[in-house]
Design a protein around this ligand. Structure first.
Ligand SMILES: [Fe+2]
Length: 587
């Protein structure tokens, strides 16, 4: 039965291959888009997760196979070279192209602390070397490559390198995966030492991932707008950014808005970005719309609808920041990871904090940042909360994957574009609301790239209150971030940041005020560090922290931050609505 199924697919693939658009033939991404479309058209849903490597070898056309065997990685060598491929021995299936391409397995092995790699080699004349995919599985320790001239001592120049990850030297201590630079090579045979080493990222395992790859979203898109979201990318007094989702059939969108209590409406057209998660078999493409409403009146309640096409959504409302705001409240969450429980917590916070001006999440908003169904959970489980109050998040390690970046985070959130040089726009940003400065940092990117920018933000503000939010807490009992303590904490001290808000370690901790890493006796002299978590958690092996006022090894929380001019009242509330921590800073 299975044989018949595979055979029928194979026949179809031969018939249909002439329909492949020529422009998609040259890249692994283009071929995989075509292959997946053909799978969806021909394989019953119930069979998706039975697809294996053997099936894929037959399913792809000769032409597609050629692209998958040669367009994953390539470079040009100016002299004859020996190419070595280090393939993790733990990968069950050898990439289909490796032996047919003439690579032979040697007895050599390369090791790091986690994996042992067998070494496959082939000699190439001067010219282009073209290599194939890591496999149809998602084997994250992807193969990596080294190259050396066949004539020892000859100078080797490498050009036309794809993809453009840096070339290092193969040696003990070198890393291979940019997204795990701490995983360094521990053993290299003498014959390979000193060769040119092509670094890579583990995310490359996803490029042709089909085996056990299919997913279904619980919250598919429809023609009617959903996932309506407010953020700010410009002044909260005079603007707001409105974002939403529809099915791909809806080609246009607008926001209709009005000052509440009046009848005059304004309309702003939205820009459209179609996004694809090709393994989401029940909702592969969605349209995301973004519109910035500008020239708004400060301190004003507005009503708005989104839509066009099939009509307008139900009306919602927002309020712009007042011209002189010394009193306001915001609510922040630690890791949400987007489970039903964190959605309930968001709804609870919304119900109990009607006065909140906005929300923040300190990273790990979702668990698998490149899976769109995870983001569907964020909106599905938290209902319409973020359509009434803006959400100003920062990314955590889970919001980006395996060196591939946080594309869905960028696609979803329209945020201030004032990142430090060398850091992705919208991943780190700063904004002011009322009498407070918010420095929002993507701590998963370069620490040092942020340091001068943080100082610039702190030195140039007149804000009464200064908050810094980032995912990795510098002080925690599990893995203190010494690089952050060294680079950023002296600035928090120098400019008197009031609170540093983070997550990541999945417990709750709030410190005494600290200066230079030591507890000080009042809030005026130091910074309070807080770690929170917004999904059920249980830390079995807690270690007391000398600087901590409160530590909770379990439970999950939201934090209310209530500012009245020179007073800040902080309250951490658990999922049952009980106050678990509170204090007030008065300036
Ligand atoms: Fe987390």
């Amino acid at each position: 039965m299975r044989y018949i199924f595979i055979a029928s697919i194979f026949i179809f693939s031969l018939i249909s291959c002439h329909k492949t658009p020529p422009q998609s033939r040259g890249s692994v991404a283009g071929v995989m888009d075509t292959v997946i479309s053909r799978l969806y058209a021909n394989v019953p849903e119930a069979e998706f997760n039975k697809i294996d490597d053997a099936f894929m070898r037959q399913f792809v056309t000769d032409e597609e196979r050629q692209v998958l065997a040669t367009r994953y990685q390539y470079f040009t060598a100016d002299v004859p070279v020996t190419v070595s491929i280090m393939r993790d021995k733990g990968q069950a299936v050898v990439p289909f192209w490796l032996e047919p391409a003439g690579f032979a397995k040697t007895t050599l092995e390369v090791k790091n602390e986690e994996y042992t790699y067998e070494v496959w080699q082939k000699n190439f004349p001067a010219g282009q070397v073209a290599l194939g995919i890591n496999g149809f599985d998602k084997h994250r320790p992807v193969y990596f490559v080294s190259v050396a001239p066949q004539n020892k001592g000859e100078h080797l120049a490498l050009t036309g390198i794809y993809p453009g990850y840096p070339v290092d030297t193969l040696r003990v201590g070198a890393f291979t995966y940019h997204d795990w630079s701490g995983l360094v090579i521990t053993e290299v045979p003498e014959a390979l030492q000193g060769q040119a080493l092509f670094t890579t990222v583990r995310g490359r395992a996803r490029e042709a991932h089909v085996v056990d790859a299919f997913r279904k979203t619980q919250f598919p898109s429809h023609a009617e707008p959903d996932q309506i979201l407010l953020t700010w990318s410009a002044s909260p007094q005079t603007s707001i950014d409105v974002q939403w989702r529809t099915a791909p059939s809806v080609a246009q969108g607008s926001v209709k808005y009005w000052v509440e209590g009046t009848t005059d409406t304004l309309v702003t057209k939205a820009s459209l970005n179609q996004i694809q998660d090709r393994m989401l078999f029940n909702d592969r493409y969605v349209n995301r719309f973004t519109a910035q409403l500008a020239n708004l009146r400060p301190g004003t309640h507005y009503g708005y609808c989104v839509g066009a096409g099939l009509g307008w959504s139900t009306a919602r409302s927002f309020r712009t920041e007042g011209e002189k705001t010394d009193d306001f409240t915001f609510v922040w969450f630690g890791d949400t990871h987007c489970f039903p429980d964190s959605g309930k917590l968001v709804s609870l916070a919304d119900k109990n904090n009607k006065d909140a001006a906005f929300y923040s999440i300190a990273g790990d908003i979702v668990s698998t940042g490149l899976n769109r169904d995870d983001w569907d959970h964020l909106f599905g489980y938290s209902h319409d909360v973020f359509s009434r109050k803006p959400l100003m998040p920062v990314p955590g390690n889970h919001d980006r994957q395996d060196g591939l970046g946080a594309q869905l985070y960028y696609d979803l959130f329209s945020l201030p574009k004032n990142a430090p040089r060398g850091v992705d726009q919208e991943s780190s940003y700063a904004f002011e609301y009322g009498n407070a400065l918010f420095i929002m940092i993507d701590a998963t990117s370069e620490v040092d790239a942020h340091t001068p920018w943080i100082e610039e933000q702190l030195a140039n503000t007149k804000a009464t209150w200064k908050f810094v939010m980032f995912h990795f807490p510098p002080y925690n009992f599990e893995e203190p971030y010494l690089d952050i303590q060294k680079a950023w904490v002296p600035l928090f001290d120098k400019y008197h940041v009031d609170m540093v808000l983070g997550g990541h370690i999945h417990y709750y901790m709030r410190s005494n005020p600290m200066f230079a890493g030591k507890v000080v006796d009042n809030f005026g002299k130091g910074t309070v560090y807080a770690i929170s978590i917004s999904i059920p958690s249980k830390h079995d092996a807690m270690t007391p922290e000398s600087y901590a006022v409160k530590q909770y090894d379990r439970g999950y929380f939201y934090q209310r931050m209530e500012i009245h001019d020179k007073s800040l009242t902080y309250t951490a509330v658990d999922s049952e609505g009980a106050v678990k921590d509170t204090f007030t800073i008065r300036k």
